[in-house]
Design a protein around this ligand. Sequence first.
Ligand code: GTP
Ligand code: MG
Length: 392
Amino acid sequence: MSEPIPRQDGAVILVGVDFGHPHFDSELEELGLLAQTAGLEPVARLICKRKAPDAALFVGSGKADEIRELAELQRASEVIFDQAISPAQQRNLERALGVAVYDRTFLILEIFAQRARSHEGKLQVELARLQYLSTRLVRRWSHLERQTGGAGVRGGPGEKQIELDRRMIDASIKRTRERLSKVQKQRGTQRRQRERRDTFNISLVGYTNAGKSSLFNALVKARAYAADQLFATLDTTTRHLYLGDVGRRVSISDTVGFIRELPHGLVDAFKATLQEAVDADLLLHVVDASNPHHPEQIAEVQQVLQDIGAGDVPQLLVFNKLDALDADRRPHALADEMEIDGQRVPRLFLSAHSGEGLPALRELLAQRAAQAGAQDEGMSPGEPAELQGATH
Ligand SMILES: Nc1nc2c(ncn2[C@@H]2O[C@H](COP(=O)(O)OP(=O)(O)OP(=O)(O)O)[C@@H](O)[C@H]2O)c(=O)[nH]1
Ligand SMILES: [Mg+2]
C-alpha cells in the first residue's frame, strides 16, 4: 500500500457528466455555487461526455483514473458529482478514487441542514436526510461484506448489521414524522386557515437566488435575510402588505427557493412549507432576468409547482434584477405578457435593488386584491378559499 496523500479539508473536485441533456451546465457554475454555499472550496472542475452512466462507476474507468490523479494533485478531500449517483456507484467510486464521493442531492441536503433555523425546518431536513441515508446504508458496511466472502454469501455479520441499521433508521423516520406533525398541528393551522379566508394571500416563489427575499424586503420594508448564496431562505415569513384601500387585508409570504432536481425527499419533507404556495391566491414568480439560464429556471419552477399541486394558482411573472441587465438587453416595455405552459401570464420587469418598476407591481397587486375582494362579495360564506381570487 502506498502512503496516504495528505488532503486539504473542504477542497473539492467538481465533476459533471454530459449525457447530451440540452441544458447541461458545462461550467458547473451552479454546482460550484452550491459547494461554496455549503462551505466547501472547489479547487478543480472536470467534465466528460458519455452516452449512458457506467453501471459500476458512473464514469468510465479511464475517467475515474483521471479524477483520482486530479484529486491527488489538488489534495482534494472530496469529489462531488453534478448528477445523482446510486449508492453502489458511490461506494465503487470511493474505493477507486480514495476520497469521499458525494452527489448534488447530498450537497443540497447538507445546505438545508446547515441553514434550517426553525424547529419545524430542522425536523423537515432531518426527515429528508434520514430518507436519503436509508437508501445508502450499505456503503458503511462494505468492508464487512468483503470479509464474509463477498457477493453470494448471505447472512454474514455485514448483512445483519445493515438490517439492524435499517430498522433503526426506519424507526427514526417514524419518530421524526410524528414530531413534525405535532409541531405542524401546534402551529395552529386551522386557526390560520380561518384567518386566511378574509385575506388576499400572495406567495413569492422562484428559483433560488432570484431575489425573492430582496423583493419581499422592498415591498414590506422588512429585513428578511437576503444573500448571494443558494437557499438563503428556508423558513416561511409572512407579513401584512399595505396596498392602499383595496377592501381587504393582503399578506405576502417569502419562502424557500427551488432548484433543478430538487431532491424528492426534500419536496416531501418541506410539504408544509411549500403548502403556502398551494394555498395562495396569487403567486409572484420571481425570475433573475440577468441569469442567462433563466428560461430553464422558469421551467424548473413550473415543474415543482405542478408537483406540489400549485400548478393552477394564478401567477404574475416578476423579472427582477433589471438594473443588472446590459443596456442592449433592456426590454422596451416594462410590462407585457409571456406564455408559459400554454397560458399567457402577465410579466413585469423591475429591480428590487433600485426600486425601478416597484410602483407598477404595487398597482397590479392592488388591482388583483380589489378584484378578488369584489368577487367575494357575491359569494356565499364558507366558499373554499381557492375559488376566491381566482382571476387568471
Ligand atoms: N443587481 C441586483 N441584484 C439583486 C436584486 N435583487 C436581489 N439581488 C441579489 O441577488 C442575490 C439573491 O437575493 P435574495 O433576495 O437572497 O434571493 P432569494 O430568491 O431570496 O434566494 P434564496 O432565499 O436563496 O432562494 C443577492 O445577492 C441580492 O443582493 C436586484 O434587483 N438587482
Ligand atoms: Mg430568500
